[in-house]
Design a protein around this ligand. Structure first.
Ligand code: AMP
Length: 142
């Protein structure tokens, strides 16, 4: 497996070199909306510690990312009036990974609405900004 590349997009977001629709941050994780959501409220949770994916992540970092994914999942269910929740995490190109910094996809689901295919639909910035503000506000009081 290749080593961690500190110039990946999510590392740049962590360093503040690229913008993101942030919804949650603490000392070990950052969460922000996926700009190509597979459903409304599609959020990515990443560790601040460098890891290419779950295969090279420190177990404690991985566990903490999942803990925060659960917090975001519960809040997103309410904010986006979801009926269910899909968690996805890809490891290496063969599995569909395209950004090589560990991330967990938290995707609110509506009954009967299929997921859009991965990476096919780019959401309007104004829609993402509005959704991020609502989810961030709800997470502050969660
Ligand atoms: P994957 O590595 O296959 O899990 O997919 C990476 C995900 O990151 C895709 O769903 C992309 O839509 C998403 N993505 C790529 N660039 C950005 C970005 N700058 N901000 C938010 N999401 C992004």
């Amino acid at each position: 497996m290749p080593s961690y590349d500190p110039n990946n997009i999510f590392a740049k977001i962590l360093r503040g070199e690229l913008p993101a629709y942030k919804v949650y941050e603490d000392d070990r994780t950052l969460a922000f909306l996926d700009i190509m959501p597979q459903a409304t409220g599609h959020t990515l949770v990443i560790p601040k510690a460098p890891a290419r994916n779950m295969l090279d992540a420190a177990p404690d970092d991985l566990a903490y990312v999942v803990k925060i994914a659960q917090k975001i999942a519960k809040t997103a269910m309410s904010v986006f009036a979801a009926d269910g929740l899909t968690l996805i995490q890809f490891n290496e190109p063969a599995a569909g990974q395209t950004v090589y910094h560990l991330h967990v996809h938290v995707i609110p689901r509506k009954e009967g609405v299929p997921l859009r295919p991965h990476g096919t639909y780019k959401e309007e910035p104004s829609v993402l900004a509005d959704q991020a503000a609502k989810l961030a506000a709800a997470l502050k009081s969660a």
